[in-house]
Design a protein around this ligand. Structure first.
Ligand code: LLP
Length: 381
């Protein structure tokens, strides 16, 4: 990703800076890999719901994976056809469910028997027959941060395998539901293939079990989770989509005519975005120096929330300047408002511009106004 600040001139920091050409190359690579396969990719809107980003992704022909009523309406507004949208989430309200049916989305990923029964009731009442996939909790450890592991039995997501049969029967017997598939999602920022292989094995066993009962599913949705390289975004600007899709295709026993759906978020948008921030002060402590940025944890919460690290770069210091050691922090009144400890950076001064890299996913979409700060601006160049 090349950060050309002349293109962002006149804009205020903190600023989410998105590189359109990297986003487009990433999408081209996704499309190249799935061309001629039964795979359909639904972009996970939660990763970045900036309308400018959504439009580029919709134009590339991907579907959308949504988790709230407003994500559904935002995706449609950005150009995703309603028939390309799937909708997951453990707590869809009646209003959100009716909205999804009315919009004509592709299918709901249903997370419980309770939700399934409500969808059937509402569909009967309002005269719809929505498609549903049942989200199965596969009880697989994705070996990622425990806040972003979703496929364990202890997590709130999906239907426990022991309760799946009942849900399948209910959906099949309801006149108001059309059971189209099974949905899974094991977690996020997964950087080795092992958890995905385990998931495939789980899915194969489930499919065998249901085939023996004469039940086939049109869609297998494996969710998202493909990780990215936060340490060296310039070495790996585009994740290994080929390796990921090949793992799925080689390990899943898909039935003839069956569609394989993926819900990728981070891997599509993370590397094309940086949070650009200006240095407000370089403060001398007793034993350390602090770079105090005008961006804080309200603008990018991943370091404070997950202990995540985004590569930090000084964009304006001259190349030949000496290096020093700094803690890079934000202005928020919380000790967790830290982007990096003991970072080796060029000697930095007030007014320098700093980039927090790989911030295109779960950056702007998780920003808040904590401390009554304004939301960061954004630019797509
Ligand atoms: N599908 C479902 C059902 C999901 O829950 C998620 C993410 C995705 C797809 C997309 O996963 P991805 O491909 O982006 O890994 N805020 C956290 C990540 C939370 C992920 C939540 N679910 C972070 O900043 O790391």
């Amino acid at each position: 990703m090349k950060i050309d600040l002349t293109l962002a001139e006149g804009l205020k920091t903190p600023l989410y800076y998105y590189d359109r050409s990297l986003l487009e190359s990433t999408l081209q690579e996704v499309n190249r890999c799935i061309n001629g396969t039964p795979i359909k990719v639904h972009y996970a809107v939660k990763a970045n719901c900036n309308p400018k980003i959504l439009k580029v992704i919709a134009d590339a022909g991907l579907g959308a994976d949504c988790v709230s009523g407003r994500e559904v309406t935002t995706a449609i507004k950005a150009g995703f056809p309603a028939q390309s949208i799937c909708y997951a989430g453990v707590g869809k309200t009646d209003r959100e469910l009716i909205g999804g049916m009315k919009a004509g989305i592709a299918y709901f990923n249903v997370e419980s028997q309770e939700e399934l029964e409500i969808i059937s009731q509402l569909a009967e009442e309002y005269g719809y027959k929505p498609n549903v996939c049942l989200r199965v909790n596969p009880d697989i450890d994705a070996h990622t941060h425990h806040y972003i592991t979703t496929g364990l039995e202890e997590n709130k997501f999906g239907i426990h395998q022991s309760m799946l049969q009942k849900a399948v029967e209910f959906a099949q017997n309801s006149h108001y539901l059309n059971l189209v598939g099974l949905h899974f999602h094991i977690g996020s920022q997964i950087t080795n293939t092992e958890p995905f292989k385990l998931l495939c094995e789980k899915i194969n066993n489930l499919q065998d079990e249901y085939s023996a009962k004469g039940i086939e599913f049109k869609i297998i949705n494996v969710g998202g989770g493909l990780g990215i390289d936060y340490d060296d975004p310039d070495k790996n600007p585009i994740p290994d989509f080929k390796g990921y899709f090949d793992t799925l295709l080689q390990n899943l026993k898909l039935k003839p005519g069956q569609e394989l759906h993926c819900e990728l978020g981070r891997s599509i948008v993370a590397q094309c975005g940086s949070l650009i921030s200006k240095v407000t002060y370089v403060k001398k402590g007793l034993n350390r120096k602090f770079i105090i940025l005008d961006a804080g944890m309200n603008d990018l919460i991943r370091p404070a929330l997950y202990g995540a690290h985004h590569k930090i770069e000084n964009l304006t210091a001259p190349k030949d300047v000496k290096v020093d050691i700094y803690d890079v922090v934000g202005p928020i009144c919380e000790s967790s408002d830290i982007f990096g400890k003991e970072e080796r950076l060029p000697v930095t001064k007030r007014g320098d511009l700093i980039a927090l890299r790989s911030a295109g996913a779960y950056g702007e979409s998780m920003a808040s106004t904590y401390n009554i700060r304004t939301l960061p601006e954004s630019v797509l160049v």
